[in-house]
Design a protein around this ligand. Structure first.
Ligand code: CAA
Length: 464
């Protein structure tokens, strides 16, 4: 049975900080953000928003757009790494908000959980719900999978220049208009790591930035190896002698903690995939440099990162490789359109990969490319750490969805924050009633209880 993404919607908060303003106030070169990381603007949540609000607003949008009633929905999953309760799942808050519009008890028949594994958990949620549909348990109902996050880092930390916020919701069914997932090939890798984590009670993560970058690439590569074995053994893809698995993906969507991480990760995967092929000899001869090898080639990530000579040479090699026409071709045709939304919005943790997918569809379609039948590969990564690689095929009715996509309009009117406003919001100095913008027809947070007997209870309203 086919199963996959029938429609997709986004909700992005109305406030943002401009990368140049950020750089000036932090004493950084604006070019580092804009060119080095690919960050132009970072979406910031208002004082009356939390990740549950973002998720509920995205859900309402996709339901209204498709004229769905709660009866049409069988499952509602939320994936996030911005949870604010250790027990009560974010789904229940979202259901509570949606029932303010659809009536109390309207979602009572639904199932679902909140899933957690840093940025990769949304991919696990998609996979589980796809299998719920494939197993024939959906009884004609849709699953809603929402990925919603606030990427907030400590002030003055290197992660602070890779913030953002937003939610993406995907509607799944057995007759998807957008993308049908390739069956029996989803592949994973998992390892106990401390590259990025957020201990109980801490609002911002503890991050080992460069370590996390390298681990991301290593883990996705491992999942890609497993994917390759599966596609060959299931016969999904037949590979010629001078081909790699990436040649069989028309588009490649990577997890995007910042836009340029996609570029970096793609270059890493392509290098590893091409190394055994005749085309690699030509690349080495064109760039007139051999691939550097670390002093301890089978060492740990720490030893590789600590090998300064290797790191400098490898950086130089990567720069030269990414300038070759061969890499440029794969970058431009398979990845570049997925990076556009990320540079305008920033890091969405769980939602980053899917914002990239959404971005790729719109901007490739706008180039006049017929997307029907194209295979899209996904490289999902979550710190801590796990990676997932999977793929799907764009469906014949994709234009019903993609033809109406308009990122600028969907983001809506945004207000640029001053530095003082940004700091006030970052330090949580404002209460919900001191929000910076008043929105219409959106769910907002009203208050969070502080009394002993109901501490942590949250109240939301739908702004008419
Ligand atoms: N002009 C132009 N480019 C410049 C520049 C300048 N003046 N200064 C630096 N650059 C370039 C650098 O060359 C580098 O480019 P390459 O990656 O191509 O080498 C880029 O800008 C970034 O510079 P640095 O690597 O020196 O940046 P940094 O070390 O200060 O911080 C970071 C980068 C480590 C990603 C940091 O922002 C961070 O810790 N972010 C949070 C963690 C993160 O996003 N990790 C990603 C993988 S883990 C994950 O994905 C989970 C998740 O969602 C968080």
């Amino acid at each position: 049975m086919a199963a996959g993404i029938d429609d997709i919607a986004i909700y992005i908060p109305r406030l943002y900080i401009d990368a140049s303003d950020f750089a000036v106030n932090r004493g950084l070169d604006p070019v580092k953000l804009q060119k080095g990381l690919g960050v132009s603007q970072m979406a910031i949540v208002d004082a009356n928003q939390d990740p549950a609000c973002l998720a509920a607003n995205a859900c309402l949008q996709i339901m209204q757009k498709n004229k769905l009633s709660p009866e049409d929905i069988g499952r509602l999953y939320i994936s996030t790494e911005s949870a604010f309760d250790e027990s009560k799942a974010m789904n229940s808050y979202v259901v509570g908000m949606l029932e303010q519009v659809y009536g109390q008890g309207a979602f009572e028949h639904c199932g679902g959980v909140e899933t957690k594994f840093a940025c990769v958990s949304g991919s696990y949620a998609l996979y589980d719900n796809t299998n719920w549909i494939r197993a024939g348990e959906a009884e004609g109902k849709y699953a809603l999978v929402v990925v919603s996050d606030i990427a907030k880092y400590d002030m003055g930390s290197s992660g602070e220049m890779t913030q953002g916020a937003g939610a993406v919701v995907m509607l799944l069914n057995d007759n998807p208009r957008l993308l049908a997932f390739d069956p029996k090939v989803t592949s994973t890798s998992i390892k106990d790591e401390y590259d990025f984590y957020r201990p109980f009670g801490k609002e911002t993560p503890i991050v080992h930035g460069q370590y996390s970058n390298l681990l991301y690439m290593i883990q996705v590569r491992k999942a890609l190896e497993a994917y390759k074995k599966k596609v060959l053994s299931t016969g999904l893809i037949k590979m010629g002698d001078d081909e790699t698995i990436l040649d069989h993906m028309d588009y490649i969507n990577m997890h995007l903690p910042y836009s340029n991480m996609g570029k970096k990760a793609l270059a890493y995967l392509v290098r590893h995939e091409w190394r055994q092929l005749p085309r690699w000899k030509k690349i080495l001869s064109d760039i007139e440099m051999n691939e550097p090898i670390p002093k301890d080639p089978r060492g740990t990530i720490e030893s590789v990162l600590g090998d300064n000579e290797f790191m400098a040479k490898d950086h130089e090699f990567t720069k030269m490789f990414t300038k070759t026409p061969e890499y440029q071709e794969i970058y431009e045709s398979k990845l570049s359109s997925s990076l556009i939304a990320s540079s305008m919005i920033g890091n969405l943790y769980t939602a980053s990969l899917y914002l990239g997918f959404r971005s790729s569809l719109e901007f490739e379609h706008k180039k006049g490319i017929d997307l029907e039948g194209k295979r899209i590969g996904f490289g999902s990564y979550g710190s801590g750490s796990s990676a997932m690689v999977f793929s799907g095929i764009v469906q014949p009715n994709f234009k019903d969805i993609v033809g109406r996509m308009d990122l600028e309009a969907e983001i809506g009117n945004r207000r640029k924050l001053t530095w003082e406003e940004y700091e006030e919001l970052h330090e949580n100095k404002l209460s919900p009633e001191e929000s910076m913008v008043h929105t219409n027809k959106e769910f907002v947070l009203v208050d969070v209880q502080t009394e002993k007997e109901n501490r942590g209870e949250r109240r939301y309203v739908f702004n008419e």
